[in-house]
Design a protein. Structure first.
Length: 135
């Protein structure tokens, strides 16, 4: 975890380091980290190994399916990046954050230019764990 206080404006930033979230059927590792900054409740950053296309396009998204069947879809807010290991960024509202902090994710769909992949969480920490770490 990284905790920083900006020495000019006093704003606090918290973020985790990269952790493995899971693996796609094609064998690509999906990693994630969580952030909290001054005016953002929380965000996830996802990064994959292997090429799934560009991140940050207007129609790209991440969908999270929870154990109660609820699905939350978040827009990819990253700048367009077509690097082989491009990262997607998802911001959430306070209501969405509260849901993430209290429910278990059973599947994640990562959508980029060339395709989408459904990933079951299998990493050391869950997204809920990482979000709690930055609160």
């Amino acid at each position: 975890d990284v905790d920083e206080i900006d020495e000019f404006n006093g704003y606090e930033t918290k973020r985790t380091v990269w952790y493995t979230f899971g693996e796609t059927r094609a064998g690509h590792t999906i990693r994630m980290k969580a952030h909290r900054m001054k005016n953002v409740n929380a965000s996830f950053v996802y990064n994959q190994t292997g090429d799934m296309g560009c991140a940050g396009g207007a129609d790209y998204y991440g969908q999270f399916k929870f154990s109660d069947g609820t699905i939350i879809k978040l827009k990819d807010e990253a700048s367009i990046d077509c690097d082989k290991n491009s990262s997607s960024i998802y911001f959430m509202t306070t209501e969405q954050l509260n849901y993430f902090l209290n429910k278990k994710i059973t599947k994640f769909r990562l959508s980029k230019t060339d395709s989408y992949s459904d990933i079951s969480p299998s990493g050391e920490y869950s997204p809920m764990d990482l979000l709690k770490a930055v609160q």
